[in-house]
Design a protein around this ligand. Structure first.
Ligand SMILES: [Zn+2]
Length: 212
């Protein structure tokens, strides 16, 4: 009698647990699929920009926070002499700080935002910042330039960072901005067939180059 009572209680319980496991697994699978599609949309946008594959891969790695920043290396148990941002030497070098929020870098973003009459809040992560630059919203010529600007500036920031870390260079904000302005000019020149603006004209009137 006791045995059949246990059977009557246990069978439905096992069934309920099984149904719960199957349901939770399906829910997890659906969430993974949704996240995949969400991240793929960034990737598709990047490839549409017709910049070099190397630059698109760089931007993709930054958006996914997989660049070898000191904070990412530390997480991978790599031995480091210090984890400080090479620009300010105060905060830890993690992507959002290094590329966007560092006191040395922030004024460069503010300056470029003034070309398109925008102000922005500090981003929480690289992807948010990328999205603030209009990825997926507009596909006009100036909008495309603006998306490319995000990549040109972040890529130049990373090159300057590497020069300081590996070649003992020092921070030079105006050189960084000049290099990024030159890089975006070479990209626009190769992307737009009818683009004939000389570099001097381009660099002295950036508002004209980006705003609608
Ligand atoms: Zn810093």
């Amino acid at each position: 009698m006791a045995g059949s009572l246990t059977f009557v209680l246990i069978v439905p319980l096992v069934l309920i647990i099984l149904i719960y496991i199957i349901f939770a697994d399906q829910k997890k699978k659906k969430r993974r699929e949704e996240e995949g599609a969400y991240q793929n949309s960034d990737f598709v946008e990047l490839w549409k920009l017709k910049i070099s594959a190397k630059s698109a891969v760089f931007a993709w790695r930054l958006i996914r926070d997989s660049l070898p920043t000191k904070s990412n290396l530390r997480r991978r148990q790599v031995m480091l002499t210090d984890t400080l941002c090479p620009f300010c030497k105060i905060e830890e070098e993690e992507a959002t700080h290094l590329f966007f929020n560092c006191t040395n870098i922030l004024p460069i973003w503010w300056e470029s935002l003034s070309w398109v009459n925008l102000t922005t809040a500090l981003p929480q992560n690289p992807r948010d910042h990328f999205l603030q630059h209009g990825i997926g919203k507009d596909h006009g010529k100036k909008a495309t330039r603006w998306k490319c600007w995000w990549i040109a500036l972040t890529r130049t920031i990373w090159q300057h960072r590497n020069k300081i870390v590996f070649q003992n260079g020092s921070f030079d904000g105006s050189k960084l901005l000049d290099d990024a302005v030159l890089l975006i000019w070479t990209w626009v020149k190769s992307m737009e067939k009818d683009f004939v603006v000389h570099f001097n004209q381009w660099s002295s009137n950036l508002k004209e180059g980006f705003s609608n």
